[in-house]
Design a protein around this ligand. Structure first.
Ligand code: IMP
Ligand code: MG
Length: 171
């Protein structure tokens, strides 16, 4: 498969992440903060977001795998990595690449909530609201996109395209 068109440019993403970093820095100033990235897709977003945050913060990862046939989500997700320490003394932000059906993130958010953080916020780079299958919304979503299959900036198709510095639509 080939790239059809660029949906969001590198410059647009950079500007939006910088703005988001400033908002979060204000909100969590003076508070213990952990940003949790959802592997693998969020690794690019997380690395830019954490550098746009101007206050001290810690980084953790959880791993989740969503099952696909081609570009269609099966609606199933499983955990591949968990956090093995106490996070109950910190505020937590979950950073995710994209919310599609919402199934993966709903599961992850419930799992993290059960660890009793001081507060929990979900921040997603991309949101496909048309595709939602469960009742779940992010607290902050940087870009809404239509129901197309997106790649780049961490998002893959069959493990390819994660390293594109922009978000593109596949053919
Ligand atoms: P959900 O459980 O359907 O919300 O799926 C979430 C996961 O599916 C994301 O974390 C991505 O890994 C993957 N995903 C959903 N939509 C896309 C897409 O357009 N491109 C690449 N991966 C996607
Ligand atoms: Mg993902």
């Amino acid at each position: 498969m080939n790239i059809k068109k660029i949906l969001i440019s590198e410059e647009e993403i950079r500007a939006k992440i910088r703005e988001t970093g400033k908002i979060l820095s204000e909100e969590y100033k003076g508070k213990p903060l952990i940003i949790i990235g959802v592997l693998k897709g969020s690794f690019v977003f997380l690395s830019d977001l954490c550098r746009a945050v101007e206050i001290p913060c810690e980084i953790e990862f959880v791993g989740a795998k969503s099952y696909y046939s081609g570009t269609v989500s099966s609606g199933e997700a499983s955990f591949t990595l968990d956090i093995d320490r106490d996070i109950s003394g910190s505020h937590v932000i979950i950073a995710e690449d994209i919310i599609d059906t919402g199934i993966t993130l709903k599961k992850i958010a419930e799992h993290i909530k059960a660890k009793n953080p001081l507060s929990l916020k979900v921040v997603t780079l991309l949101d496909k609201p048309e595709r939602r299958a469960v009742d779940f919304e992010a607290d902050m979503s940087l870009f809404e996109i239509p129901d197309v299959f997106a790649v780049g900036f961490g998002l893959d198709y069959g493990e390819n395209y994660r390293n594109l510095p922009y978000i593109a639509e596949l053919e």
